[in-house]
Design a protein around this ligand. Structure first.
Ligand SMILES: Nc1ncnc2c1ncn2[C@@H]1O[C@H](COP(=O)(O)OP(=O)(O)O)[C@@H](O)[C@H]1O
Ligand SMILES: [Mg+2]
Length: 440
């Protein structure tokens, strides 16, 4: 008699008929919806393809950066409940290209369990509202600049006086890239914002921090609390827009690095963040580190990691949101420099990009498929290597070639060290703080 056949293994069924659970999370995520069609959503797409996590993008127009390349796009606005709910119904987890989705819409999705919201509304509010963020971080004991909440001109003048005669005033919601940030010396400098305040409205006032440089600390956190911290980086803003990032931040000793990473992990834990968290920081002239603001999504200061770390931030964000194991955030080279491509003289980015690639095979070029407007983020370049000054010079040369056209290669070098006190410039140009498309 033939012996009985051994029982077949439990995973008998083919993945086509009964998918094998990929992890122990009962709410296992197999598809992700992204609210917003900007470059951050766009750069999630290659990672989603690699992980085979279908991604649905909610974009306002087919011409938006992510919508141009997404295989699955819903057209609709981030502040339209029906549009965001339709996205939530299509996927297991919802995440964000920008933080401007109204809280009420997220509450509705959470209450009706349409999909997991990651990060959830209770965490995200700290990236949506700078007053809520300041209040919470202060109560948690995390280091912040001195700050005041003001409701009218008299309170603003009092805060400016308390801050020493000059202060930074911020609209709590809707700002990006310096829109919604002004240096003021008198309440009259912000009279338009005060006039726009509704009955419950308030502005955030901060001391003008005398910073030596700006740093950024990124961590990824999963729903179960597991986290991974990236090296702390140095970021330089030009006209309040991120321009250059050096990873890791030069001259930061190991102890300090771990202290700052610990701060970012603590904030992620305290606020219950899921996904990538970026903590923008000031390193002050007298050696303190203060939190500037928070972003709960991939962040411009983390773009270097796409080419420069074992696990890039877009992949890491999706792994965290989908509750998969987090990847190794270690850098692959001693130095990685990222330089943003901000719209300039040349409309023809393709020609400049071709010239940059021709000039240096080590330059990684990322274009966002956006039309060129002055100052608009239209792409970035990354160079990694052993010698910081060489890597920086090559990244800036590529940036000049792409933005200024091929003739710009010999233009003056902008790689001088970080400017001390590169504070926001007072802005007078009309702004649209509700436009989230530059979020990064
Ligand atoms: N309190 C401050 N003191 C000095 N500079 C500041 C202060 N707050 C903001 N800045 C400068 O303005 C930039 C933009 O401010 P931020 O609050 O990060 O707004 P945004 O949401 O536009 O990024 C910062 O990166 C920093 O360069
Ligand atoms: Mg900022």
């Amino acid at each position: 008699m033939r012996p009985p056949r051994p029982p077949r293994l439990a995973s008998v069924t083919s993945p086509d008929t009964a998918p094998v659970p990929v992890n122990a999370d009962p709410a296992c995520v197999r598809s992700i919806g992204v609210v917003g069609g900007g470059q951050l959503a766009r750069m999630m797409i290659p990672a989603a393809i690699e992980l085979d996590l279908p991604l649905v993008v909610l974009a306002t127009a087919e011409t938006e950066s992510a919508a141009r390349v997404s295989a699955d796009t819903l057209l609709g606005r981030h502040d339209d409940p029906a549009a965001v709910r339709a996205l939530a119904e299509r996927c297991d987890a919802l995440t964000f290209d920008h933080e401007h989705v109204p809280q009420e819409i997220l509450h509705g999705i959470e209450d009706d369990a349409l999909s997991a919201v990651r990060p959830g509304s209770a965490a995200l509010v700290h990236a949506q509202d700078k007053l809520v963020m300041r209040d919470r971080l202060t109560r948690l004991g995390h280091p912040c600049p001195r700050w005041w909440e003001v409701r009218d001109a008299a309170e603003l003048d009092a805060a400016i006086a308390a801050a020493g005669g000059r202060a930074v005033v911020k609209t709590p919601r809707g700002g990006y890239d310096g829109h919604g940030v002004r240096i003021v010396e008198t309440a009259a400098d912000a009279s338009d914002w005060i006039a726009d305040l509704g009955a419950d409205g308030a502005l955030l006032v901060e001391e003008l921090v005398d910073f030596r440089r700006e740093l950024s600390a990124q961590v990824a956190r999963r729903p179960d609390g597991a986290s991974a911290a990236y090296p702390v980086v140095q970021s330089t803003q030009r006209d309040s827009i991120c321009f250059e990032v050096i990873a890791p931040a030069p001259g930061l000793d190991e102890e300090r690095q771990q202290e700052i990473q610990g701060l970012a992990r603590a904030i992620a834990e305290d606020l219950g963040v899921v996904g990538m968290l970026a903590v923008e920081l000031f390193e002050t002239a007298d050696g303190r580190v203060l939190v500037n603001e928070l972003a709960m999504r991939p962040h411009n200061t983390g773009h270097w990691s796409m080419d420069g770390a074992v696990t890039g931030q877009f992949e890491q964000h999706l792994r965290a949101v989908a509750s998969r194991a987090l990847g190794d955030p270690s850098p692959k080279a001693p130095w990685t420099v990222m330089v943003n491509l901000l719209g300039g003289a040349s409309e023809d980015l393709a020609a400049g990009a071709a010239a940059a690639m021709e000039a240096d095979a080590g330059v990684k070029v990322h274009l966002y498929g956006k039309s060129v407007r002055p100052g608009r983020k239209v792409g970035h370049v990354t160079v990694a290597g052993d010698d910081l000054e060489d890597v920086r010079a090559r990244a800036h040369r590529a940036e000049r070639l792409i933005i200024g056209g091929a003739d710009a290669a010999g233009a003056p070098d902008e790689t001088a060290g970080p400017e001390s006190g590169t504070a926001p410039r007072p802005r007078t140009a009309p702004q649209d703080p509700t436009d989230p498309r530059s979020a990064a």
